[in-house]
Design a protein around this ligand. Structure first.
Ligand SMILES: NC(=O)C1=CN([C@@H]2O[C@H](COP(=O)(O)OP(=O)(O)OC[C@H]3O[C@@H](n4cnc5c(N)ncnc54)[C@H](OP(=O)(O)O)[C@@H]3O)[C@@H](O)[C@H]2O)C=CC1
Ligand SMILES: O=C[C@H](O)[C@@H](O)[C@@H](O)[C@H](O)C(=O)O
Length: 337
């Protein structure tokens, strides 16, 4: 092709993926051949007594992707909700995409951690099982989920590491009767992914990370794209209290499209070909969050300008005392292996 023509075409090619009329069930491809629905309902900090209703409402409203974790301590109620909608014929199990996560105190007990979640969720399998953090914690410490040392710091298990955990997770998909359709990771930086991939047999299907215009994590997104790892964004609104709803530029883009700020914050991820998790226990918000639109390059440039001007903001970073390899959080011990 004439080089000037190819340059012209490159210049005209939209930088971001344009999903024509994206919807919450737009299917994004995983490296396993399966697909993941664009929007998932988050369940972190969804209180017992509220989460069952929220999950039932979401599935009745058309959500097909639910994000769970053992450490959220509410998987039993999520399981009740799933049983309810499946038994009433609202949805078939195979039409749902359910994620759970291996908690840090279970890194040396992968099968047990998975089975505990399956029992609580009342499921035979999950669609995706993630290592929640690349941080093993003492399985025999002073608390089953959040063990601490006498000085109050988190009780890290230094006898193992995240790569060993991954090797045990690989056995889950290699089993003759797998109880997981795919395995993946969460909270992985480029540094930890490089160390993992150097020894992995199975490339993670997904990396679930905090991601939004205040924390674009472009280096992680680029690395994952190159390696065929799908990115799922968590805390799209800035987590508890949805602080990013007040952002001026987000609201400017929302006004242009005549939609709410939430729609812009969620649609940002579709333009990057990522899936996104939005948590709510409020029925009207669960409904509202279903709306996605195609943002154009101009909208994306505006959203990208936010962190360039204001710097990065990370809303979720537990006090592990570990350096997980993210450039904006360089303190703590290196467990990359
Ligand atoms: N792998 C990991 O380590 C992590 C995974 N996650 C996953 O991602 C999910 C989403 O992230 P999360 O941190 O919960 O935060 P979100 O960014 O989804 O924000 C949740 C907050 O936004 C509020 N909210 C939701 N919708 C609206 C709306 N339309 N208008 C105004 N406020 C709204 C919710 O309130 P209310 O519920 O009261 O309606 C809640 O306070 C989690 O629930 C979890 O499943 C999150 C963090 C870490
Ligand atoms: O998934 C959500 C978060 O990662 C959450 O699980 C952690 O922040 C946890 O509360 C912790 O304190 O380590």
């Amino acid at each position: 092709m004439n080089p000037s023509l190819s340059n012209f075409m490159l210049a005209r090619t939209p930088k971001h993926i344009l999903h024509p009329t994206p919807t919450m069930t737009t299917q994004l491809q995983l490296n396993t051949g399966a697909s993941i629905p664009a929007l998932g309902l988050g369940t972190w900090q969804s209180a017992p007594g509220e989460v069952k209703k929220a999950v039932i409402h979401a599935i009745e409203a058309g959500y097909r992707h639910i994000d769970c974790a053992f450490c959220y301590q509410n998987e039993d109620e999520v399981g009740e909700a799933l049983q309810d909608v499946i038994s009433r014929g609202i949805v078939k199990r195979e039409d749902l995409f359910i994620t759970s996560k291996l908690w840090c105190t279970f890194h040396t007990r992968v099968e047990e951690g998975l089975q505990k979640s399956l029992d609580l969720l009342k499921l035979d399998y999950v669609d995706l099982y993630l290592m929640h953090w690349p941080v093993p914690m003492n399985p025999n410490g002073n608390h089953p989920l959040f063990p601490k040392l006498p000085d109050g710091s988190r009780d890290i298990d230094h006898s193992t590491n995240h790569i060993q955990t991954w090797k045990n997770m690989e056995k889950l998909v290699q089993s003759s009767s797998p109880k997981v359709k795919a395995i993946g990771v969460a909270n992985y930086s480029v540094k930890y992914l490089e160390k993992l991939l150097a020894q992995a047999t199975v490339v993670p299907a997904v990396n679930q990370i905090e991601n939004h215009p205040y924390l674009p994590q472009q280096e992680v997104a680029d690395f994952c794209k190159e390696k065929g790892i799908h990115l799922t964004a968590y805390s799209p609104f800035g987590s508890t209290g949805s602080p990013m709803f007040k952002d001026e530029i987000v609201n400017e883009v929302a006004k242009k499209h005549n939609v709410g700020a939430g729609t812009v914050l969620l649609s940002y991820h579709l333009a990057r070909n990522s899936s996104v998790l939005a948590k709510s226990v409020t029925p009207s918000r669960i409904d509202e969050n279903r709306k996605l639109i195609a943002l154009d390059d101009d909208d994306m440039s505006k959203l990208e300008s936010i962190s360039k001007t204001k710097g990065l903001t990370r809303f979720v970073y537990p006090p592990f005392g570990v350096n997980c390899g993210f450039p904006d959080k360089a303190d703590g011990i290196d467990l990359s292996g």
